[in-house]
Design a protein around this ligand. Structure first.
Ligand code: PXL
Length: 275
């Protein structure tokens, strides 16, 4: 029997606006992986541009699901976490990593806390501390520059200018791999700087910068990277694939004139991710 790798995805379900699980599920499925969602909360939209959201927190459901999966002894080759709305949810995400990651498996923590120099509205100092603890349990973390600054307790303009040095700095002395997103090596280009703990190498991968900024591109990037790593590709290959795919989706979104707050149009391009 050929088994399909499984990923437990601990993220919110924002029902409109293309981010978190509405992006991650189709991307991982297209990449040939079984994505098992652990929804942390249900929101009517993401929190970036549609006004007050209708929101139900699901920490109790998450704890119940982890209990049931424990009884079933389910194991996952990947555990992937993202936006979390409370320290309680972060503790449950940590439990998912500790209890459900298969031996030799991969924990990818996207420390979703903010972007463009601003923290998201639900982020408290307690959540930041809980996210730092979750990062310590990760095999790979994928902060953007705003999140990198928060994780290092620095202002964004105090970060090393060299993205590769920054990625190494975030690795906890080489214990985890790091991909810093939103790094611009020169005007007009944007991508990711990485540190790979398997060989302690660093690198930078960039493509053209699409005009405009869109919610959910961090989720799209991290989902493609996670899929790529679980398919056995290297961190460098995964970053290249993710940079290219996010750029192509952003370019298509601009071509179609789709509103920025609705996220990037990725549906017509999903076929490109299929094995
Ligand atoms: O894409 C990050 C994200 C995830 N989930 C929710 C968000 C955001 C960013 O705004 O609001 C609910």
């Amino acid at each position: 029997m050929t088994t399909i790798s499984r990923v437990a995805a601990v993220h919110d379900l924002s029902c409109f606006g293309r981010c978190s699980l509405t992006v991650i599920l189709p991307v991982l499925s297209a990449m040939g992986l079984q994505c098992c969602p652990l929804p942390t909360a249900v929101l009517s939209t993401h929190t970036g541009g549609f006004g007050p959201v209708a929101r139900t927190e699901l920490a109790g459901q998450l704890a119940g699901t982890l209990g049931h999966w424990q009884r079933l002894s389910l194991q996952f080759e990947g555990v992937y976490t993202g936006y979390l709305s409370s320290p309680e949810q972060a503790a449950l995400a940590l439990r998912a990593v500790e209890e459900r990651k298969a031996p030799g498996g991969l924990a990818v923590v996207d420390p979703v806390l903010g972007d463009g120099g601003k923290l998201y509205s639900s982020v408290t100092p307690e959540l930041v501390e809980a996210m730092k603890e979750l990062c310590r349990a990760a095999d790979v973390i994928t902060p953007n520059l705003t999140e990198a600054a928060v994780l290092l307790d620095r202002a964004e303009d105090e970060l090393p200018r060299d993205g590769e040095a920054l990625a190494r700095l975030l690795s906890g002395g080489g214990r985890r791999s790091v991909v810093v997103t939103g790094v611009s090596p020169e005007p007009g280009r944007i991508g990711a700087a990485w540190f790979d703990r398997t060989d302690a190498r660093t690198g930078l991968c960039a493509g053209p910068r699409a005009a405009g900024s869109f919610p959910g591109t961090g989720d799209l990037f991290a989902a493609v990277l996670t899929g790529s790593l679980l398919r056995g590709e290297s961190l460098a290959e995964g970053c290249a694939r993710a940079v290219e795919f996010v750029y192509r989706c952003a370019a298509r979104t601009l071509e179609l004139g789709s509103p920025a707050r609705e996220g990037v149009v990725f549906e017509p391009l999903l076929g490109e991710l299929c094995p």
